[in-house]
Design a protein around this ligand. Structure first.
Ligand code: UD1
Length: 339
């Protein structure tokens, strides 16, 4: 019998790529998504890639009674991978309560149902944002958690704490928080990818939309940072590599190999790239010049963040296989496809 995994937010950018990898590895997937930032068409895409249509329930996890009902109908769930959350930093500053409700209430309701089970495996989608501007680079998991710059960032910190505290008292709950660096790119089939609603806030979708002519020019937020070319440095990870890290983490939990019932891992490439380096890599893969200008710094941006991935490499046995060029090339193909 196939092991059944629930993926909340499974029609979103990262979630959909994880569903593909889970199905490729023989897991049975049930997606929960409220379609607030995703489309049901993604189900067809997942089926086209894997040959299997995942089960899907359109469900709003903010409604506790629906969460209780879902878990009362599914007794044989091996694990939950929790993506469903809001993720726009700027919006979270304007609408803090919405972010705390979306990102924390849903987490609590799921954990409350998992605690009723004899055993459960839980993976949380966290972020390198918890480190803020780290004092030392590359960033290891031992780096201190810095005060959050936004309600969004705070929900990731508090989310981790909620899970950690729960794991301390619930021996049968095993959890891993994956701290993503900057996920970009699309599946190499170009059937699924990122679908930003409105103006993209993140660098790579803004670049590809500018490249295709949807946006006039990219604003580069500051070139007076203390880095080699003056622009900020990030660790851009291909979403397919990131998706595979979830499968590795899930297998660790299911096999009982975990050292502690709560663990955290950085998921990045270990390599930092500046904004100007990303632009020139994009120009190389798309064979065209990108229209951009340097503007003021964006509030809240850290200067540089890239991962030390030693722990994920050694403990999860996971290593990224794709590089920045692969990721940008897939992002560009995807943009051309969705045009
Ligand atoms: C941002 C959030 C991070 C969150 C992530 C979720 C901030 C400070 N950080 O990450 O907490 O987890 O999104 O998606 O908001 N850039 C430009 N022009 C643009 C867009 C971006 O120059 O139009 C630059 C930024 O200044 C940054 C780099 O590109 O140096 C990457 O930006 P982005 O893709 O927004 O990611 P983060 O800021 O790292």
């Amino acid at each position: 019998m196939k092991q059944k995994i629930v993926v909340t937010g499974g029609l979103g950018f990262i979630g959909s790529h994880v569903v593909v990898e889970l199905q490729n590895e023989g897991f049975e997937v049930i997606i929960i998504d409220n379609l607030s930032n995703s489309s049901e068409d993604v189900l067809e895409g997942i089926k086209a890639i894997t040959g299997v249509q995942p089960l899907f329930e359109k469900l709003d996890l903010r409604d506790k009674s629906l969460v209780v009902d879902f878990f009362s109908r599914h007794h044989d769930i091996m694990g939950v991978i929790h993506f469903a959350a809001s993720k726009a930093v700027g919006e979270s500053v304007k609408l803090p309560l919405l972010y705390y409700e979306n990102n924390l209430n849903t987490l609590i309701y799921i954990l409350q149902e998992l605690q009723k089970k004899e055993s459960s495996n839980f993976i949380f989608s966290s972020s390198c944002t918890v480190y803020g501007q780290a004092d030392t680079l590359p960033i290891t998991e031992a780096a201190p958690i810095k005060e959050a710059e936004s309600p969004y960032g705070n929900t990731k910190q508090i989310g981790e704490e909620i899970i950690h505290d729960t794991c301390k008292v619930l021996e049968n709950l095993k959890a891993i928080a994956l701290r993503y660096f900057n996920p970009i790119g699309a599946h190499d089939s170009v059937i699924i990818g990122e679908l930003p609603i409105g103006t993209p806030q993140n660098l790579v979708p803004f670049i590809t939309q500018t490249g295709i002519g949807l946006r006039e020019e990219l604003s580069v937020f500051g070139d007076d940072y203390p880095t080699e070319d003056g622009t900020c440095i990030r660790d851009y990870i291909h979403v397919v590599d990131l998706a595979k890290a979830h499968v590795a983490a899930l297998k660790r939990l299911i096999s009982g190999d975990n050292a502690d019932n709560y663990e955290v891992f950085n998921i990045g490439t270990g390599k930092g790239s500046s904004v100007l380096e990303v632009i020139s890599a994009f120009e190389a893969v798309s064979n065209q010049k990108l229209n951009y200008k340097i503007v003021e710094r964006r509030e809240g941006d850290v200067i540089a963040a890239y991962a030390d991935t030693t722990k994920a490499n050694n403990v999860l046995g996971w290593k990224p296989k794709l590089d920045l060029m692969d990721a940008l090339s897939s992002a560009w193909k995807w943009e051309q496809r969705i045009k």
